[in-house]
Design a protein around this ligand. Structure first.
Ligand SMILES: Nc1ncnc2c1ncn2[C@@H]1O[C@H](COP(=O)(O)OP(=O)(O)OP(=O)(O)O)[C@@H](O)[C@H]1O
Length: 670
């Protein structure tokens, strides 16, 4: 029979009958097979995404209980032998060495060593000449075997997790507590589970969780893994432990294959940018290996206790719902009548507005009709009306932007720029979802390259990948005329920081890496926020340029004072030495001058002193004139009172800068 079907069937048919067999996949299975769409493309990126998902959960958790976040991240490198030990695998020496990928014949080894020696010699010569050693040489030495086993631990002081919920929260793909309409870093109910799936795929080790909710006198300890086919948690251990210190928060540990070498700089940039947008959090980042010299600890200190208010859960705007969502809202509503449902389960619909809308729906609708009795046709009618009718826009009150204060503080603390300007735009709406764009533009600073350095944030998450297509990058590169604002976009070290918060961030893809450039409302809000910052900077740049010009003028004049003093004094001496007849034509004033020079009242030093005084005087007069012209008169003087530790001392100290003077003095009534 088998042979018969083989001869009869056309080649394509065999394949298509196999394809036709029906199969189902669990979400866990789907994401394990397509892990790149969740940011787990390769071992390096997987390490980065694991850190990112855990840190973002930690921040969401602490902020949800208005606790200033303290987040500790540790990446511990585990050697192969330690790893084997951990899983109880006995070490085995290689016998057939030629079987292995890193096997080298004796000839190849000699060739490599000779090449390396030559390279080293070349580098030594370059180093001796004081030139920078090229990166290429280092790259040549890289091999593909840099993936390692890494234990990633993230500990926070957040709300913790209820004992019984832990397995489902962390062992079931697409489960979470952030599905409501609210600005949160997490949304999909996927991140932590992807880290677990990757651990399962690369090391086979389960996730280890310790958590305690606020006020709980025990900690939950859970070791679990995930049944990929069924998408259910597989619990190895779930116990309660003593919590005498009443600690609350979560500590999640996952052992994965990762590549620290290639993603090190990305992970550190991510932590640094997170510190910029979250200056009210304390981050401790550690990388631990068996060799001490590779270890690293970075602490990003908390710089403020001012935390943005927690985002609030909001209701859907009528223009943001589809048929399915309306059906779900009807199923979930606690309201009895249609009018109550429209008024209370949506934003921007008042009672009278709801009644008018119902009147518009037709005779089969009435305000008092039971909402649960609505048929599919009724729902289509409501949906169509929602699409066509006019509604007030949703307010941005439910959103929690970082705030200009935090953004500015974060930029200053991490970049130390020469100048910074920030702006928070007013709430706007995209497809029924409110959003706010905040921006900061800085000039100069530490570790900032000349040109545009773009930093993007969405719901206060730094976005580091796929920069090219992002709305912020495109706007900064293509739609801002930097010259108009006296900013040299290719020479100046320009930092462009844009943070977008919304109840729905229109990310492209599940990787949460970039926001497309196709949403006009967002693109124009981004442009306007950057322009506002540039406008502020332009005034500062012009003022600074004027101050520099003035300083330069003073410096140039001062440079000539010694030479001019000497020349003047020499001229005076020559004139004095001239005979009487010649001196007479200089007049009586000259006699007085002769007197003063002879009695050493006028010397080269006094001329120098007078000229210096004159230049200072001129400088002050010009500064005053400039201040009057630009409105910086006495009114700009502001008194700030500080408590003096020692009130017996009196002092006046002026700290001068080209644009202002800080005068510190003791005592009252001065
Ligand atoms: N550190 C933590 N503290 C408290 N709860 C946590 C913590 N980490 C995860 N959770 C809970 O587990 C749930 C699932 O987390 P997971 O990372 O899988 O998804 P998410 O954060 O909801 O969404 P996303 O996939 O977009 O990140 C979260 O919704 C949260 O309730």
């Amino acid at each position: 029979m088998e042979g018969e079907s083989k001869t009869k069937a056309k080649p394509g048919k065999v394949g298509s009958s196999r394809e036709a067999s029906l199969k189902q996949k669990s979400p866990a299975e789907f994401f394990s097979e397509n892990k790149n769409i969740a940011g787990f493309d390769n071992p390096g990126k997987s390490l980065y995404t694991t850190v990112r998902e855990l840190v973002e959960n930690a921040l969401d958790s602490a902020e949800s209980i208005s606790e200033l976040p303290v987040v500790e991240v540790t990446i511990e490198e585990i050697s192969r032998s330690k790893f084997n030990n951990l899983i109880g695998l006995i070490e085995r020496d290689r016998i057939d060495t030629a079987l292995y990928d890193d096997y080298e014949t004796e000839k190849a080894r000699e060739k490599r060593l000779a090449k390396e020696a030559k390279e080293q010699e070349k580098q030594a010569k370059i180093a001796a000449s004081g030139k920078k050693i090229k990166e290429v040489a280092k790259k040549a030495a890289k091999s593909r075997g840099e993936s390692a086993f890494l234990k990633v631990t993230c500990k926070d002081n957040g709300k913790g997790m209820a004992h019984d919920d832990i397995p489902n929260m962390l062992g079931r793909v697409l489960s979470g507590t952030k599905y409501g309409l609210k600005q949160t870093r997490g949304k999909f109910g996927l991140g932590a589970k992807m880290a677990l799936i990757w651990a399962k795929m690369s090391t086979g080790l389960p996730i280890d969780v310790t958590a305690a909710t606020v006020g709980q006198d025990f900690c939950s300890h859970c070791i679990l893994d995930i049944d990929i086919n069924k998408n259910i948690p597989h619990v190895h251990l779930h116990e309660k432990q003593e919590n005498s210190s009443k600690w609350h928060g979560a500590e999640i540990q996952v052992t994965i294959e990762g590549n620290w070498t290639t993603y090190r700089s990305k992970i550190i940039s991510y932590m640094r940018q997170m510190a910029v947008i979250t200056p009210y959090a304390e981050f401790l980042f550690k990388y631990v290996t068996e060799s001490q010299d590779k270890n690293m600890t970075i602490r990003f200190r908390r710089r403020t206790d001012v935390m943005p208010p927690a985002p609030a859960e909001t209701k859907y705007h009528p223009s943001a719902v589809d048929l399915l969502l309306i059906k779900r809202l009807i199923a979930e509503t606690s309201k009895q009548t249609l009018v109550q449902f429209l008024q209370h389960d949506f934003t921007s619909i008042s009672k009278s507005h709801a009644e008018r809308l119902i009147g518009e729906m037709g005779s089969e609708f009435s305000p008092k009709m039971a909402v649960k009795s609505l048929t599919d046709q009724h729902i289509v009618r409501i949906h169509q009306l929602f699409r066509q009718a006019k509604f007030d826009e949703p307010s941005g009150e439910c959103l929690s932007p970082a705030g200009e204060y935090n953004l500015r503080l974060g930029i200053i603390k991490e970049l130390h720029p020469d100048m910074v300007a920030t702006h928070e735009g007013s709430p706007q709406v995209f497809e029924g979802h409110p959003f706010i764009v905040e921006a900061g533009v800085s000039i100069g600073g530490r570790d900032v390259k000349p040109g545009l350095n773009i930093f993007r944030f969405a719901n206060r998450i730094p976005l580091l990948f796929e920069q090219g297509g992002d709305v912020v990058t495109r706007t900064a590169m293509k739609r801002i005329n930097w010259n108009n604002y006296k900013i040299k976009e290719n020479q100046d070290k320009v930092g462009v920081f844009v943070s977008i918060v919304s109840t729905k961030i229109p990310f492209k893809g599940t990787g949460k890496e970039y926001i497309g450039d196709d949403i006009e409302e967002i693109a124009s809000a981004v442009k306007s926020a950057i322009q506002q910052c540039c406008g502020q900077l332009k005034a500062k740049i012009i003022r600074q340029q004027a101050a520099w010009d003035k300083q330069e003028r003073k410096r140039t004049l001062a440079k000539y004072i010694p030479g001019v003093s000497r020349a003047l004094y020499d001229t005076l001496l020559t004139m004095i030495e001239n005979d009487q007849s010649k001196r007479r034509k200089y007049g009586e004033e000259f006699d007085e001058l002769v007197q003063k020079v002879s009695s050493h009242e006028i010397t080269e030093a006094t001329i120098k002193q007078k000229l210096t005084q004159h230049v200072d005087q001129m400088d002050m007069e010009m500064a005053l004139e400039y201040a009057t012209q630009s409105g910086m008169v006495e009114a700009a003087r502001e008194a700030v009172f500080l408590n003096c530790l020692d009130d017996k001392q009196t002092f006046v100290v002026d700290l001068k800068s080209p644009v202002c003077v800080f005068r510190l003095f003791s005592g009252f009534g001065v």
